[in-house]
Design a protein around this ligand. Structure first.
Ligand code: PHE
Length: 450
C-alpha cells in the first residue's frame, strides 16, 4: 500500500545537502560536550585521540552512511531490509529508536537554550545564574520550552526537504558560523582569558592511550558527527548528484570538528577571564549554562549583546540537529506507511515530545537517556553499519562510491577500514561502556519506580 507515485523530495543543490549535513553534525554536542570532555579528559591528548578516531572510524563510517543512503533513495528502515535481507531489519529499527530517544532529551536541552536565548535578548538573565539554571532546567518551565522547541522542529520538517530542511539550514548555518567566529575573536581580546586556552589544550600526553579517553572520544565522535543512527543516511537518500561521497564526508567531519574546536576557544577564555573555573568541573552543563552567562553578566552592556549572540547561535545549532533527528523517523513513516509528510511529522513529533516529559522534569533521567541512546547505542549502530557495508553490501556500496571516487586504491582502503579497523575499536568501546550504560539503565528504572 505504499510506493506513492509522486516523485520523492530531494535537495535543490549540492551545497544545500552539505550544509544540512553540517547542520545535523554541528549541535549542542559541539558547543558543550566537546569542550567539557576535552577539559576533563586530558586536554590536547583528548583532541588528538578524537581526531585520530574521526579520521579512521568517523569519516569511513560517514562515507558508508552517505553511500547506502544515496544507493537506497529510500528511508534506511526499508532500504536495509530490502538490500541486506530480513536478518538486518533490526538495524533500521535501531535507527528509529535512536532518533526517538535522542530527540526526546535533546529537545529538553534545546528548550533550556531557547529560554536562555529569549531571556538574553530581553536582558532578563539574573545575576545568580546557578539558581536561574535550576529553575529553567527541570520542571514546568523546562517542559514548556521543550514543547515549543519540538513544535518548531515539527514545523520545519513538515515543510519538506527542499522547502523546510534545506531552507532552514541555508539561513541558520551561515549565521551560526559568523556569530561563532566573531565570538572567538572577541574572546581572544579578554585580558585574562589566556589561562583558559592553557587549560583547554594542556598537553597531558600520558592520557594518550587511556582507554577511558578513547571511549569518551569515540562516544563524542559518534554523537557529534551524527553517526550510527541513519541521520546522515536519510539525508543522503535525498541526493541525486553523483559527487564523491568520501570527499563530502571529509568536508562535513572537518567542519564539525572546526566548530567544536572554535566553541572551546570561546568557552574557556570567558570562563577563566572571570575566574569561574571551579564551575566547569561541577557538571557538564555547568560551563555552558551557569559559568558562561555569569561571565557575560560581568561585562555590563557588552555582555547583554554577547550573551544574546551566543545563545541564539546555540539555538540554531540545536535546531538544525533536531531537524535531522526527526527526519529519520518521519522518513521511515512516510516511506514505510505511505503517510503524508505533514501528518507523519506531527505524529512522530508529538510522540517524541511526550517521550521527553520525564527528561524535562528530572535531569538524572536526561543524563541516563544520553548515556544509553546518545552514547552507547550510537556506537552499536556504527558497528553494525561498518559490518553491513564491509561485508553483505560491499560490492554494491563500492560501485556506488565509485561513481564519484575514481581511485580504486582509495575505495579498497575504505573497505579495509570498515572491515578491520572500525569493528575492533568499536567493539572495545562497547565493552568499556557496558558498565556505565548498565548503571544508566538502572538509574532510569530506579527513578521510574520512585
Ligand atoms: N550531532 C548532533 C550534535 O552534536 C547531535 C545528533 C546526534 C544529531 C545524532 C543527529 C544524530 O549536537
Amino acid at each position: 500500500m505504499h510506493a506513492p507515485s509522486a516523485p520523492r523530495d530531494s535537495w535543490a543543490t549540492r551545497a544545500g545537502f552539505i550544509l544540512a549535513a553540517v547542520g545535523s553534525a554541528v549541535g549542542l554536542g559541539n558547543m558543550w560536550r566537546f569542550s567539557y570532555i576535552a577539559s576533563q579528559g586530558g586536554g590536547a591528548a583528548f583532541v588528538l585521540t578524537y581526531l585520530v578516531l574521526v579520521a579512521f572510524v568517523g569519516i569511513p563510517l560517514m562515507t558508508s552512511e552517505f553511500v547506502v543512503g544515496r544507493l537506497a533513495q529510500q528511508s534506511p528502515v526499508l532500504a536495509i531490509k530490502r538490500m541486506a535481507g530480513p536478518r538486518w531489519a533490526f538495524l533500521g529499527w535501531l535507527f528509529v529508536i535512536c532518533g526517538l530517544g535522542i530527540l526526546s532529551y535533546y529537545s529538553v536541552i534545546a528548550g533550556w537554550t531557547l529560554r536562555y536565548a529569549i531571556d538574553a535578548v530581553r536582558n532578563a538573565i539574573p545575576a545568580d545564574t546557578g539558581a536561574y539554571f535550576g529553575e529553567v532546567s527541570a520542571g514546568p518551565d523546562a517542559l514548556i520550552a521543550h514543547l515549543i522547541f519540538m513544535a518548531a522542529t515539527i514545523f520545519i520538517v513538515a515543510r519538506g526537504v527542499k522547502g523546510g530542511v534545506e531552507r532552514a539550514n541555508l539561513i541558520m548555518m551561515p549565521l551560526l558560523f559568523f556569530i561563532l567566529v566573531a565570538l572567538a575573536v572577541w574572546a581572544a581580546t579578554l585580558p585574562n582569558g589566556g589561562a583558559g586556552y592553557g587549560y583547554y589544550l594542556r598537553p597531558d600526553l600520558r592520557e594518550l592511550l587511556n582507554p577511558e579517553i578513547i571511549a569518551d572520544a569515540a562516544g563524542q565522535a559518534f554523537f557529534s558527527l551524527s553517526l550510527g543512527m541513519g541521520a546522515l543516511m536519510t539525508y543522503a537518500s535525498y541526493l541525486r548528484s553523483k559527487e564523491n561521497l568520501a570527499r563530502e564526508a571529509t568536508t562535513v567531519a572537518l567542519a564539525d570538528f572546526g566548530v567544536a574546536f572554535l566553541a572551546g576557544l570561546v568557552v574557556f577564555p570567558v570562563i577563566f577571564n572571570f575566574g569561574l573555573n571551579d564551575q566547569i568541573a561541577e557538571s557538564a552543563v555547568g560551563a555552558l549554562f551557569i559559568a558562561l552567562p555569569a561571565g557575560f553578566e560581568q561585562l555590563g552592556r557588552l555582555g547583554d549583546f554577547v550573551d544574546s549572540a551566543f545563545f541564539v547561535m546555540l539555538l540554531f545549532a540545536a535546531l538544525t540537529s533536531a531537524i535531522s533527528l526527526l527526519e529519520v523517523v518521519v522518513a521511515a513513516v512516510v516511506d514505510g506507511l505511505g503517510w503524508a509528510r505533514k501528518k507523519a511529522a506531527l505524529a512522530a513529533g508529538a510522540f517524541i515530545a511526550l517521550l521527553g516529559v520525564p527528561s524535562a522534569f528530572n535531569t538524572d533521567i536526561l543524563g541516563a537517556a544520553d548515556q544509553i541512546v546518545g552514547n552507547f547505542l550510537l556506537i552499536v549502530g556504527g558497528l553494525f553499519i561498518a559490518i553491513l557495508v564491509g561485508f553483505p553490501l560491499r560490492e554494491r556500496a563500492e560501485a556506488e562510491l565509485a561513481m564519484g571516487m575514481r581511485s580504486e586504491a582509495a575505495r579498497r582502503a575504505w573497505i579495509v577500514f570498515l572491515r578491520f579497523v572500525a569493528p575492533p575499536i568499536l567493539l572495545g568501546v562497547i565493552i568499556f561502556l557496558a558498565e556505565p550504560t548498565w548503571a544508566a539503565v538502572l538509574t532510569l528504572f530506579g527513578a521510574g519506580g520512585g
